[in-house]
Design a protein around this ligand. Sequence first.
Ligand code: FES
Ligand code: FES
Length: 279
Amino acid sequence: MAPTRSGNEVKFSINGETYTVDENFPAHTSLNAFIRDHANLRGTKAMCHEGGCGSCVVAVRTEHPFKKQEMTYAVNSCLVSVFSCHGWAITTVEGIGNKRRGYHPVQARLAQLNGTQCGYCSPGMVMNMYSLVEGKEITMKEVENAFGGNICRCTGYRPILDAFKSLSVDATPDLQRKVQDIEEVYKIKICPQNGKTCSGNCTDNESQENCNGTELISGQDTLQVHLQLRGAQWFKVTEVDDIFKIFDKVGNVPYRLVAGNTGQGKYDSDRLARRLSIL
Ligand code: FES
Ligand code: FES
């Protein structure tokens, strides 16, 4: 039910927090400007400001004016006047999950299936999918039809659609298999000392000795940086060959290649070795 208005103002919530907007805001204030500049939630992006790119999409829950049912739907926040939002419960990408609390399945699936690179379109993609799937079952066809208004300039649409279609009730066996494979990889625990797979129980002295990660790069001349970080190791190399030397040392563990950092993904080292040797 819409909150009671008193005087010259409208009220709505963003991620559960109530906001009041009155005449002190210019009449042309968009919901997007309000979210980013007043609520200081910068996860919601903006690019075209004319409903063409989808980077500004947020989820809105409100009562359908005719059906009189609560419904969740996606809106382009750049096109919505903040003054239209009375009674709305608005959810932005910050409201559905994050690194500390854990990710929403829509966020996790997009990351797991490599559906994001620079990430600028990702909050809009995620919130479009979240609005679609919230409280209902969806089909692959519905996913396909729902993303005409979301533009991605760098990832390519196949991994994005695959990620979202894998959440549909009629996901193909191929997609289901992809997700299972990845989820298996995510179950692997990595030793914080040496980056190798382990049970996470090495309390005895012998195991601790085996966990001497600094041995990993001894004798490798062209390696420039090797850092022991919490739960990971960081290597900087200058030669492709050195990547394989590291793989030889650390074994088949999840890793991330950082090169300009416009794209991220998790792979296993055997698979990468096969790909690089083909190149
Ligand atoms: S900023 Fe492009 S659709 Fe809103
Ligand atoms: S624009 Fe989609 S990930 Fe870069």
